[in-house]
Design a protein. Structure first.
Length: 69
């Protein structure tokens, strides 16, 4: 079983095949060019997402707040 995380809505998507067109079932984003990871029932979802972020160089940034004094 293969898994990809959408870089638009951040939901996970599963497939039995890692080749071919792959669309996010939630927002319909094309995930074809995103690297699939092997989903295992022995690895926590948190660890899978952290590894996925490293492999695909995803950085979720928070807005920066500046205060004037």
């Amino acid at each position: 079983m293969y898994k990809k995380y959408c870089n638009r809505c951040y939901h996970s998507s599963y497939s039995s095949c890692h080749v071919g067109q792959w669309l996010c079932p939630t927002c319909n984003q094309d995930l074809t060019n995103i690297k699939a990871i092997v989903a295992s029932n022995q690895t926590s979802d948190f660890n899978l997402y952290n590894n996925y972020q490293k492999q695909n160089d995803l950085r979720v940034s928070s807005p920066t707040i500046s205060y004037k004094i």
